[in-house]
Design a protein around this ligand. Structure first.
Ligand code: OFO
Length: 170
């Protein structure tokens, strides 16, 4: 059982995760449009991951006797600039998500809601990985600067990313 206030904030995060999915889907289309097929694949995998994040919140709400209250999803941008700028925007968005998860965790601790703390632990770890991936790619993009050859090399690497559904809880 979770409090009504907790259910409300978990529902808000469900919406944030759906927005994340929407944002990366839009980025995937944009990178296809500008000829960066590898980056398009990377953002498509990111979209798929975000959908699994959203579904974790959806399932958790039901498991706690609540239900998902689906709200409107804001429209993401449709133009993103350079690939470096796109990954900087991605990092900024993920830092916002990290803050949301931290705030949720603070609320769960305050309410002595141990179940929600355990549930959120997965997201705390996930955010370390997400920010780390973005920082790595940003560093590489800065390194190659204006080199088209360098950009193409990074794009080839981004093409290798595959979607792996998160393991079911033990
Ligand atoms: Fe990008 O981790 Fe969920 O939102």
């Amino acid at each position: 059982m979770i409090s009504k206030k907790m259910a409300q904030t978990l529902n808000k995060q469900l919406n944030n995760e759906l927005y994340s999915a929407y944002l990366y889907l839009s980025m995937s289309s944009f990178t296809t449009f500008i000829g960066l097929k590898g980056a398009a694949n990377w953002f498509m995998v990111q979209y798929q991951e975000e959908m699994t994040h959203a579904m974790k919140f959806y399932d958790y709400l039901n498991s706690q006797g609540e239900h998902a209250q689906l709200a409107a999803i804001a429209a993401p941008p449709t133009e993103f600039g350079t690939l470096l700028s796109m990954f900087e925007q991605t990092l900024k968005h993920e830092q916002f998500i990290t803050k949301c998860i931290n705030d949720l965790m603070d609320q769960a601790v305050k309410e002595k809601d141990h179940a929600t703390q355990i549930f959120l632990q997965w997201f705390v770890t996930e955010q370390i990985e997400e920010e780390g991936n973005d920082n790595d790619i940003i560093a590489r993009l800065k390194l190659v600067g204006d080199s088209t050859q360098g950009l193409m090399m990074i794009d080839r690497d981004l093409a290798a990313r595959v979607f792996t559904p998160p393991a079911a809880p033990a």
